[in-house]
Design a protein around this ligand. Sequence first.
Ligand SMILES: [Zn+2]
Length: 355
Amino acid sequence: MLGDILQQLSTLTLSIKHSCRLPRLSGFLPSSLPSPSPTVAASQVPGLFREPYILSGYRPVHQDWRCYFLSLFQRHNESLNVWTHLLAAPVLLIRWWANVGSLGYSFDAASLPLSVFLASSFTYLFFSVAAHLLQSHSEHAHYLFFFLDYVGVAVYQYGCSLGHYFYTSESAWRDSFVGALFLPGALFFGWFSCAGCCFAKYRYRRPYPLGRKICQVIPTALAYLLDISPVVHRLVTASWTQEPSLPFHALQIASFLLSALFFSCPIPERFFPGRCDFVGQGHQIFHLFLSLCTVFQLEALFQDYARRRDGVVEVFGERQLWLACVSILALFLCCILTAFITMKHMNKKLQERDK
Ligand SMILES: [Zn+2]
């Protein structure tokens, strides 16, 4: 059904400049506004853009940048990758305001990790939308926007860690070896997963060897195992009936594991080549489960925050709360720097290839 809606939106966008039925809307659009070119088959775009088992629906490269922005309303094989993360942002905002209304919220040191979690979620959603919307412009754009996508994921991982540490963790877990090293570890593994993904994209070409998956999946999996450890500890030690956040934590883990499955395997398109070009690709399902995971995290963290907000500053101290939360800016800068350094090397590589 969403595919039909996108088809209709696409038709509307392409005809909007010439439409005499919509004089008021077209009046707002400059007459020089370009129309996105029709989509093409996989064989008509460079190999870098071809996804396994996706045979059509590709946007041609080297169009005007505005065509890629306008392709938001065009039916192409990235449409649902864009919309699944674009619509997740208002859903998060709606759930945020609903929880503020029912559980209460005041902006202070105790609520800082929750606010940073929300900001980190918007960061990854924004970079993901930008990557899927704009990457088709050129090979340079493809690499740059996906490197930035990895920056967004690293920032989000650390944002989750802050929530898990300050609102969800038990004191017994914080006294353990993992608990003592958790925050610096989460910072390091956040950067490490970004660096691993950037390196894998820089280093490997299609058909991708196993080494690419190792560079991408191992650092990300290590980061996740660390980030989720306080949640797992609480799930196995606390009573589910007395703590309303625990079912949401269980759901966030289930959603993440399902998202990881669809991220790693090109299913179901592997079994139906060409049939999932617009709707039903594994990457779209991965986006859906990751968005669900974020929504469940927000619900769980809000419940934990409501339960612990009065004691958070007393337990951790205002200084540690601020330091841990402000560190996300340092992580963001390190990851951006890593992305741009990798992009510089990628540019050199592309220039040498084109000589
Ligand atoms: Zn994606």
